[in-house]
Write a protein that binds this ligand. Structure first.
Ligand SMILES: Nc1nc2c(ncn2[C@@H]2O[C@H](COP(=O)(O)OP(=O)(O)OP(=O)(O)O)[C@@H](O)[C@H]2O)c(=O)[nH]1
Ligand SMILES: [Mg+2]
Length: 618
C-alpha cells in the first residue's frame, strides 16, 4: 500500500508490562506476543490504526522501559524511537503513554519524563479493570488536568475504551489539545516525588484486596515450598506431554500410515510414488505426529507466561543462577528457549549487563527446544518401556524430564565455565518487578497455541519438507548397477555421504543412517527424525512401512546407540537459524563459531560417554 507522506506516526510508550502490546494488538488487529512479565517486547513493531476521523496512523509498539536512560539493548530501541534517533524513521507525531492503573506511582514517573519532550501526548490508563478489582478508584479528569494531557481509561485485553482512545488520539493529532512545553531534564528523584504526589491526589479510594496475591507469593516464593512447587509444575508438564498426547499421536500416525498404504495401492511403482511415500509421508509424516506433544508443551509455557508465575520462578532460580554467575533475569530467556532458542536469544535484549547477556545467548541452545521433542520422543517411544514407576509416573515421561534436566544442568555448567573464562566479569543483582497474578485468558492461550501449531506445520511443510525431499533424492540416486548386491542406499549419494561421515561418529556408537541424518538436521532439528524416516522407509519393504519409524528403530539400533543419540541431542550443535540469530545479536561470526564448536565437543563427549557406559553396564 502506498502510504502518503502525511501519515502520522504514533508510538505506544510506557513501563514494562503496562499492556502496550495488548493495546497495540487490539488497535491494529496484530497478534504480537503478549506476556505477563516485563521484557516481552524487545523490538519495534509497526501497524496501521484507523482513526475515527478517517485518517490512518502508523502505530508503533515499543519495548517497555522505566526511563529514557536505557540500561539494556531493548530499552535503547525505545529511547531512540521516542527521541527520533532511529535511522530512516520519521520522528513521532504523538505519544500514547500506557500506564498501569494499579501502579500509578511508578508509571507516572515515566509519563512526567516523557512529557518534558514536548511531544503531543495522550495517556492510556490501562488495566483499569484490575484497579477496580482491587477496589482502587482514580479521578481520571483530575489526572488529565494535572498532567495537561487527555487521559483515557482502557482495558486492552477486553477492548474497553478503545473507541475513546481513538477519538482522543485523533484530537491530539489535529492539535486540539493544549501544547506541551518542552523542558530540560529533571532529577529522577524530583520526578519520582512529583509522580507520588499526583498519584496520591488522584487516587480516591485505595484498594485493600491484594491479600490473596500476597498469600500466593507466600507459597510461590517460600524458600522450601517454592522450589518444590516449581519442580512439581515442570514435572507435571513433562508427564502431560506424554500422557495426554498419546491418543491423538496414535491417530495421526495411523493416518500417515494409511495414506502411505493408499498411495502404495493406487500408484504404480516409480520415483513419484517413492518420493510421496518415503520422502513426504515417511519423512514429514514422522514429524507431524508430534504436533499434539508440541501443543501440550506450549500450553504449559503459555500458562506460565500469562499467569505471572514466570517471574516468581525466575526469582526462585536467582540463587542457583548466581552460583554459576548469572542473575535471575536470564531465567526468562532460558525458559523461552524451551520453545525455541531464537526467541530466547532475542529475549536476552532485556538483560542489562553485556556479559550476562552474552553468556545467556551462548547457553540458550542447551535448553531443550521444541524441535528436539520429536527427536527425543521417537527414541523414547522406541526404546523406553511405558512402565509405571511408583505406580503413577510414566517412565517415558520421566526419561523426557531427565533429558530436559540434563539440558538445564549442561547450561548451568556451561554458564559457570564461561563466566570464569571468556565472559568473566561482574554480574549485577537481580531486579525485576513482580507482575500481578492473572488467570490466563483462554482467548490469548488459544491464539498462542494456534500460532505455534501453525508455525510448526509451516516448518513441516517448508524447511522440513524440502530437506526431506532433497535427502530422498540423494538417497535414491544414482541407482546401483544391475550386479550390485548390497542395499541400493549404499550406492546412492546419501549412502556415500553417510559412509564418509561414519568414521567420525563410529566411536560414539552412531551408524551410517544417524551420521547421515545429522547433516540435514542442521537445517531444523526435526529433520533428523524425518531423515531417519525417509532412509528407513527407503530401505524397508511395504510391510515395514506399515510399522512406522519407531518399530524399525527398535529392530535396528542397539540400546546404547539409542541412548547416545539422545545424549547427542541434549547438546547437539544447534540449527543454522540459531547460529544466524547469534551472529546478528553478537555482531559477528566469532561467537556463533565458538558456540558451534563448544556444543559440538560437548555433544560428542556426552554421546561417547553415554554409549560406552551403557555398553559396559548392559
Ligand atoms: N486485566 C488486564 N490485563 C491486561 C490489560 N492489558 C494487558 N493485560 C495483561 O498484562 C500483561 C502484559 O501485557 P503486554 O501487552 O505484554 O505488556 P507490554 O506493556 O507490552 O509489556 P512489555 O512488552 O514487556 O513492555 C499480559 O498478561 C496481558 O494479558 C488490561 O487492561 N487488563
Ligand atoms: Mg510489549
Amino acid at each position: 500500500m502506498n502510504v502518503p507522506m502525511t501519515t502520522p506516526v504514533v508510538a505506544l510508550v510506557g513501563n514494562p508490562n503496562a499492556g502496550k502490546t495488548s493495546l497495540f494488538n487490539a488497535l491494529t488487529g496484530s497478534r504480537q506476543k503478549v506476556g505477563n512479565y516485563p521484557g516481552v517486547t524487545v523490538e519495534r513493531k509497526a501497524g496501521k490504526l484507523a482513526l475515527p476521523d478517517g485518517r490512518i496512523a502508523n502505530l508503533i509498539d515499543l519495548p517497555g522501559t522505566y526511563s529514557l536512560t536505557p540500561r539494556s539493548p531493548d530499552e535503547a530501541v525505545t529511547r531512540d524511537a521516542v527521541l527520533g534517533h532511529l535511522k530512516g524513521e520519521k520522528s513521532l507525531d504523538a505519544i500514547v503513554a500506557v500506564i498501569d492503573a494499579t501502579n500509578l506511582r511508578n508509571h507516572l514517573r515515566f509519563v512526567l519524563e516523557l512529557r518534558r519532550l514536548g511531544l503531543p501526548m495522550l495517556v492510556a490508563l490501562n488495566m483499569i479493570d484490575l484497579a477496580e478489582r482491587d477496589g482502587t478508584s482514580i479521578d481520571i479528569d483530575r489526572l488529565s488536568s494535572i498532567l495537561g494531557v487527555p487521559v483515557v481509561a482502557t482495558v486492552a485485553v477486553r477492548r474497553r475504551g478503545l473507541d475513546a482512545l481513538g477519538v482522543g488520539l485523533a484530537g491530539v493529532l489535529r492539535g486540539e489539545t493544549p501544547e506541551i512545553a518542552a523542558s530540560p531534564e529533571a532529577d529522577v528523584r524530583l520526578l519520582q516525588r512529583e509522580a507520588r504526589v499526583i498519584a496520591d491526589t488522584v487516587t480516591l479510594a485505595v484498594g485493600g484486596h491484594r491479600k490473596w496475591s500476597q498469600r500466593l507469593d507466600g507459597i510461590a516464593l517460600h524458600p522450601v515450598f517454592g522450589p518444590v512447587l516449581l519442580a512439581m509444575l515442570l514435572f507435571l508438564m513433562f508427564q502431560a506431554v506424554f500422557a495426554w498426547a498419546e491418543a491423538p499421536m496414535e491417530w495421526l500416525a495411523a493416518l500417515v500410515s494409511s495414506a502411505q498404504g493408499l498411495l502404495n495401492g493406487s500408484m504404480s511403482e516409480g520415483p513419484l510414488r517413492s518420493m510421496l511415500v518415503d520422502g513426504v509421508l515417511g519423512g514429514v509424516g514422522a514429524v507431524i505426529v508430534f504436533l499434539p506433544q508440541i501443543i501440550i508443551l506450549f500450553f504449559f509455557i503459555l500458562c506460565l507466561e500469562q499467569s505471572g508465575y514466570m517471574v516468581r520462578a525466575a526469582f526462585l532460580m536467582d540463587r542457583l543462577m548466581a552460583r554459576v554467575g548469572l542473575n535471575g533475569r536470564a531465567f526468562i530467556p532460558l525458559i523461552s528457549s524451551f520453545a525455541c532458542a531464537i526467541p530466547g536469544i532475542m529475549a536476552t535484549r532485556s538483560i542489562d549487563s553485556p556479559k550476562d547477556r552474552l553468556t545467556t545467548i551462548l547457553i540458550a541452545p542447551l535448553m531443550t527446544c521444541s524441535a528436539r521433542l520429536p527427536v527425543y520422543a521417537v527414541i523414547i517411544g522406541a526404546f523406553i518401556p511405558t512402565t509405571l514407576v511408583g505406580g503413577i509416573f510414566n517412565l517415558q515421561g520421566l526419561v523426557l524430564f531427565g533429558l530436559y534436566i540434563a539440558g538445564v544442568v549442561g547450561a548451568l555448567v556451561a554458564a559457570w565455565a564461561l563466566r570464569h573464562t571468556v565472559t568473566k566479569g561482574e554480574s549485577p543483582t537481580f531486579l525485576m518487578e513482580m507482575p500481578k497474578y492473572q488467570w490466563p485468558a483462554p482467548r490469548d492461550i488459544g491464539i498462542g497455541l494456534y500460532q505455534r501449531a501453525m508455525a510448526f506445520l509451516q516448518r513441516a511443510g517448508g524447511i522440513i519438507l524440502v530437506s526431506t525431499i532433497v535427502l530422498w533424492a540423494l538417497a535414491t540416486w544414482p541407482k546401483p548397477p544391475a550386479d550390485w548386491n548390497r542395499p541400493a542406499l549404499e550406492y546412492s549419494a546419501a549412502g556415500r555421504i553417510g559412509a564418509a561421515l561414519e568414521p567420525i561418529f563410529r566411536p560414539i556408537g552412531f551408524n551410517k543412517e544417524i551420521a547421515l541424518a545429522l547433516v540435514p538436521g542442521m537445517a531444523a532439528r526435526e529433520v533428523a527424525v524425518s531423515a531417519l524416516g525417509t532412509v528407513y522407509s527407503l530401505q524397508g519393504s511395504e510391510e515395514d512401512q506399515a510399522k512406522g519409524l519407531v518399530e524399525r528403530l527398535r529392530g535396528t539400533w542397539s540400546l546404547p546407540t539409542a541412548l547416545a543419540f539422545l545424549a547427542w541431542f541434549v547438546f547437539a550443535p544447534q540449527c543454522i537459524s540459531t547460529l544466524a540469530v547469534t551472529r546478528r545479536e553478537t555482531g559477528g561470526w566469532a561467537w556463533p563459531a565458538f558456540m558451534f564448536t563448544y556444543l559440538f565437543v560437548a555433544a560428542y563427549a556426552a554421546a561417547g560417554i553415554t554409549y560406552w557406559t551403557a555398553k559396559i553396564l548392559l
